[in-house]
Design a protein around this ligand. Structure first.
Ligand code: NZQ
Ligand code: ZN
Length: 388
């Protein structure tokens, strides 16, 4: 097991009607709030009215900014920064999914910073201060509700980049499974693929003796595999939604990576796809992750055998363990297909004409390698797109 520091300060407030208390929760943190959200689902579902009422009855002033799109854009982040400065905002409340939350986090580091907020995403600057962020989550997927990351797309050049800072880990996140009943099945499925990917980025490691986190990863994956088909059939199944919602947070709050060397190649490979083609991040991962697996499994066959046997209940083939490993990869591909996700790039209308450019962007012109399970150069990344 590797050395590690585990610290996650996000207060999780989980359960029925928990969003009604958001105003009181904010009072301890801020006086004037930016209420930030996405394309309007929260207005259709009635959540917006509940939040506004809660803020008003707690006496919390607010200014609002909607419009965060999936794969959120830098333009709106800059608009948010301006609004916060003009209105002396001291707290940002994101209501929605990873896109609204990431946009809120980027605004949070941009407000006190003198330079261009994109500097943080290019690794040119490190955040020293941030406006605190709180969350009401409406889709289990990105794990941004308890992560220290924000992923933003710059319109010019369609660059999708992430930043990391403990300062943007939300101070609280409100998770009410009822708020996820209205999700379209496709979004539920995309979310499932994303959270499974967050676990697998940690699971596929060459570190030996990480028994506890191996088992935690497997348990979280199995919980998702069991409950996602249930909620796709029965969108208002509270317990099914609760399992998936909590699994999404646990998948990406840092716990499952403790003592391990994490990978993250598949995420970087996927980000080039969603940046250019504007597809859902989870859908891109449903294609990229199995493709990555096929490309790297021989590097540590035992790990893939363990994945197949423990997560997918594949029977161990002692004479031909490679067969067992490959069956595990087939199982996850089949699972993604069954829950309604694309499993090839073609199904997303993505041809091979930009693979070269994407592989080049992902590896910064072959200057860096991706991942740790197997270090991948530009040619490897290109080959993975080809397998997708
Ligand atoms: O925008 P609205 O109208 O709210 O609709 C959203 C959006 O169209 C809709 N939706 C959300 N909750 C709903 C709902 N519709 C009906 N009922 C509800 N309860 O679902 C769509 C997707 O929302 P979005 O916020 O884009 O989804 P997600 O949470 O998957 O976030 C995706 C973004 O997160 C980034 C991804 O790259 C992508 O940009 N990620 C962020 C990470 C992080 N910060 O730690 C890590 C992840 O790996 C990921 O990269
Ligand atoms: Zn992800």
């Amino acid at each position: 097991m590797e050395n590690f520091i585990f610290q996650n300060a996000t207060k999780i407030i989980f359960g029925r009607e928990t969003e009604l208390k958001v105003g009181d929760e904010i009072k301890g943190h801020g006086r004037k709030v930016l209420l930030h959200y996405g394309g309007g689902s929260i207005k259709k579902t009635g959540l917006y009215d509940k939040v506004v009422n809660s803020l008003k009855s707690a006496g919390v002033e607010f200014v609002e900014l909607g419009g965060a799109v999936p794969n959120p854009r830098l333009g709106l982040v800059n608009e948010g920064i301006k609004i916060c400065r003009e209105n002396e905002i001291d707290f940002i409340l994101a209501v929605g999914g990873g896109s609204a939350i990431d946009s809120a986090k980027a605004i949070a580091v941009g407000v006190p910073y003198n330079g261009d907020v994109w500097d943080f995403f290019e690794g040119k600057a490190e955040a020293k201060e941030a406006v605190p962020v709180g969350v009401i989550l409406t889709i289990p997927a990105a794990g941004s509700e308890a992560s220290p990351n924000s992923v933003i797309t710059k319109e010019e050049g369609l660059l999708k980049r992430g930043m990391y800072s403990e300062l943007i880990r939300p101070v609280f996140s409100i998770l009410n499974p009822e708020l996820t009943f209205t999700l379209p099945n496709y979004q539920t499925a995309c979310g499932a693929a994303d959270m499974m990917a967050h676990i697998m980025e940690r699971y596929f490691t060459n570190v030996t003796h990480a028994d506890l986190t191996d088992r935690l990863c497997e348990a979280t994956l199995k919980t998702i595999i069991k409950n996602v088909p249930i909620v796709l059939n029965e969108p208002d199944n509270y317990d099914g939604r609760a399992e998936v919602l909590w699994a999404g947070t646990v998948a990406h709050n840092g716990l499952l990576g403790t003592g391990r060397v994490e990978d993250w190649a598949s995420h970087n490979i996927e980000h080039e796809i969603s940046a250019i083609y504007d597809v859902a991040h989870g859908a891109g991962l449903a294609v990229v992750f199995p493709a990555w697996m096929k490309y790297v499994y021989k590097n540590n066959l035992d790990r893939f055998v363990q994945f197949a046997v423990r997560v997918w209940n594949v029977e161990m083939n002692f004479e031909d363990p490679e067969r067992t490993a490959l069956e595990g990869i087939e199982k996850i591909t089949e699972f993604f297909r069954q829950i309604g996700l694309p499993v090839t790039l073609k199904e997303m209308d993505i041809e091979d004409d930009r693979f070269e450019e994407m592989a080049s962007k992902a590896t910064m012109n072959d200057q860096i390698t991706l991942g740790n399970f197997k270090k991948l150069n530009k040619e490897d990344v290109y080959n993975i797109y080809k397998l997708g």
